[in-house]
Design a binder for this molecule. Structure first.
Ligand code: SF4
Length: 191
């Protein structure tokens, strides 16, 4: 088994605003605003209440789990995830938008198509809300790149981990090339 990953700054709340763990084999997700030790205590209580063995290295497992869902650079340890499994950081998203839009002639989707597409994105695991798009100006930048276009669901979406740009802009691109990591129900395959 490869070495477990650790947070570079374990006392600082990770991107997303909480420390967290999902109990393996269940859909139970435990969160804390206080830190890994608090998550650990909650997980131990869950295991004991359900008469399950408590792993000896539980705190390390929790940190490794958090790292599995963090943007690049937040943790120590090897990261073998494909890019579409990693939440992009602010600079990557800006770079991806520049590459996609700056100086390019973009054919835009019809409003009804954009509205339909963004509903698909809202239920997609690749729509990551871990990077705040409203508080750092990313969403405003994205909106400018699509000529001020918007949908009612913009505020419910984040950044697409496959295309690395805010969903609120992505859905306005008339035709997108399919990309590795796209879920089968992604609207890109279906128009
Ligand atoms: S992968 Fe497709 S459906 Fe999912 S967020 Fe990206 S564009 Fe939307």
């Amino acid at each position: 088994m490869s070495a477990l990953r650790t947070l570079k700054r374990p006392r600082f709340v990770p991107p997303g605003g909480a420390w967290f763990y999902c109990i393996p084999g269940t859909d139970i997700r435990i969160e804390s605003q206080q830190g890994v030790p608090d998550v650990e205590q909650q997980v131990v209580r869950y295991y004991r209440a359900n008469k399950m063995p408590v792993p000896e290295n539980l705190a390390a497992l929790i940190e490794d789990f958090i790292c599995s869902q963090m943007p690049a650079g937040v943790c120590y340890g090897s990261d073998t995830r494909a890019s579409y499994e990693i939440v992009p950081n602010f600079f990557e998203v800006n770079h991806a938008m520049e590459e996609r839009f700056r100086g390019k002639k973009i054919a835009y989707a019809e409003p009804l198509d954009a509205a339909r597409r963004i509903k698909v994105c809202c239920g997609c695991p690749k729509d990551s809300l871990r990077l705040c798009t409203s508080c750092d100006g990313l969403r405003d930048t994205a909106r400018r790149f699509v000529g001020g276009r918007s949908t009612r669901q913009d505020g419910m979406t984040g950044v697409c981990m496959v295309y690395r740009i805010p969903v609120s802009a992505l859905v306005w691109i008339h035709a997108l090339e399919p990309a590795e990591g796209m879920p089968s129900n992604c609207w890109v395959s279906h128009g």
